[in-house]
Design a protein around this ligand. Structure first.
Ligand SMILES: [Zn+2]
Length: 356
C-alpha cells in the first residue's frame, strides 16, 4: 500500500497549468495524464471546434457532450479498470477518449468515461485494499482506498444520469477481463432486473460487439452495473472481454468488432443492429451463488479450468466445513471461481442454459 500511496503522492498538480498546456498534456494521452496528474479543483472544461465539450470531473473521470445534441441523444457510461489489472478495457477506453480529445471522432451523445481503480493500475493489481466491484451500494461507508473511490464514482454517475433527459436511452457498459480463460471468451452479466423485461435490443448490440454469451443474474449485488441498473434504470452490463494481460500485451485484433461497434454507438444517432432472433447467443441463468464461509473453502477442479466448463449432475464442485456444493443439473457450468476471496464473499457462480 505504501508504494502505491507513494505513487499517488508523487502525482503532479495541474492547477497552475494554462488551459492550453493542460489540453496538450491530455491530448498526448488521457490515461498517462490521469495517472500522473491531479487537481484539488476538478471541473476544467474545454470546447472543441467540432462542437464537442469535455469536462474533467475527477482523476480518470471525464465527460463529453455534444453542444447541439438531439432530444434522442443517449446518456452513455463506459467504465474500465474497476479492477486495476484488467488492461484491455482500459486501453480500449483510452483509445476512444484520445480519439475524442484529438477530434478524430465526434460523439452524438452524452458520454461519461470512468477509469476506475487508478491507484492499482501502476502496480497491475486487481485492487489495493478491497474489491472495488463489491462497493457499489448507497449503504457502503468503507473508508478504504476503494471505498472512497466507489463513493466518488457513484456521486458522479448519479449526477450524470440525473441530468439525462427523461426519454433518453441510459446505457452503462462496465468493461472487465476475467482472471482465467473462458470457453466463451467474451461474455456479459445482465444484472438482476427485479422482474423488468430483458432488452433484446441490448442483447443484439452485445452480439454485434462479438459478446455472444450472457449470464442472467438473479439476485441483487453490489457491482457497478447493478448499481446503474437499479438506481438509474440504465441498460447496464458487466462485460468480460477476455483474460487479464499486462499493459501493451493485449492482442487488440481480438477487439476489432467490439471497438467498431462501440465507436458506432458513440458517433452515430443509432447503431444498425441485427434482429435478436438472428443473433446466435448462449444465454445462461445463474443457478447457484456460492459464497465462502470458512477458510478451508476448496474448489474441486483443476486450477486451469476455463469459465463455462460444464459438470454432470451430482459432481462435487466445492466444499468447506459443514458443506458440499454439487452440480444440480447436467451441463451446469462454473463461472468466476476464486477460492481466495475474503470470507463472506462470492467464490463462484454456477449457470445453466436458458431460452429467452
Ligand atoms: Zn474485473
Amino acid at each position: 500500500m505504501g508504494v502505491v500511496n507513494g505513487m499517488q503522492l508523487a502525482k503532479k498538480s495541474y492547477e497552475n497549468y494554462s488551459h492550453e498546456n493542460l489540453l496538450s498534456v491530455i491530448q498526448s494521452d488521457f490515461l498517462q495524464f490521469s495517472l500522473q496528474y491531479t487537481s484539488e479543483n476538478h471541473g476544467a472544461e474545454f470546447t472543441f471546434d467540432n462542437g464537442i465539450s469535455m469536462c474533467l470531473l475527477a482523476d480518470g473521470i471525464v465527460a463529453f457532450n455534444h453542444n447541439n445534441k438531439s432530444p434522442t441523444s443517449k446518456s452513455i457510461v463506459l467504465s474500465c479498470g474497476i479492477h486495476g489489472n484488467e488492461t484491455a478495457p482500459i486501453e480500449i477506453c483510452n483509445q476512444l477518449v484520445n480519439d475524442l480529445v484529438n477530434q478524430k471522432i465526434k460523439t452524438d451523445h452524452r458520454v461519461l468515461f470512468i477509469f476506475g481503480n487508478l491507484d492499482s493500475m501502476p502496480s497491475a493489481q486487481r485492487f489495493i485494499e478491497e474489491n472495488l466491484n463489491r462497493l457499489f451500494s448507497k449503504e457502503q461507508s468503507s473508508t478504504s482506498i476503494e471505498g472512497l473511490r466507489a463513493t466518488k464514482i457513484m456521486r458522479i454517475v448519479d449526477d450524470f444520469f440525473s441530468a439525462a433527459s427523461e426519454t433518453a436511452d441510459r446505457i452503462h457498459y462496465d468493461l472487465h477481463t476475467a482472471i482465467r480463460p473462458s470457453k466463451n471468451e467474451k461474455f456479459a452479466v445482465y444484472p438482476f432486473l427485479h422482474g423488468k423485461p430483458y432488452s433484446k435490443q441490448q442483447l443484439a448490440f452485445l452480439s454485434a460487439c462479438d459478446v455472444n454469451t450472457i449470464l442472467l443474474s438473479q439476485s441483487p449485488t453490489t457491482t457497478f452495473s447493478y448499481y446503474s441498473s437499479l438506481n438509474h434504470n440504465a441498460n447496464a452490463f458487466t462485460v468480460e472481454l477476455g483474460t487479464v494481460m499486462p499493459f501493451g500485451q493485449n492482442d487488440m485484433s481480438k477487439f476489432t468488432a467490439f471497438m467498431a461497434t462501440l465507436t458506432e454507438l458513440l458517433t452515430k444517432p443509432d447503431v444498425n443492429l441485427p434482429d435478436f432472433g438472428q443473433c446466435n447467443m448462449d444465454i445462461f441463468n445463474v443457478n447457484q451463488v456460492i459464497n465462502k464461509h470458512h477458510s478451508d473453502f476448496a474448489l474441486h477442479f483443476d486450477d486451469n479450468i476455463a469459465n463455462f466448463e460444464t459438470f454432470s449432475k451430482g459432481a462435487l464442485i466445492a466444499s468447506e466445513t459443514g458443506c458440499e456444493y454439487r452440480a444440480q443439473h447436467d451441463g451446469e457450468a462454473i463461472v468466476f471461481p476464486n477460492a481466495n476471496v475474503a470470507i463472506g464473499q462470492r467464490a463462484l457462480l454456477t449457470v445453466i442454459p436458458y431460452a429467452l
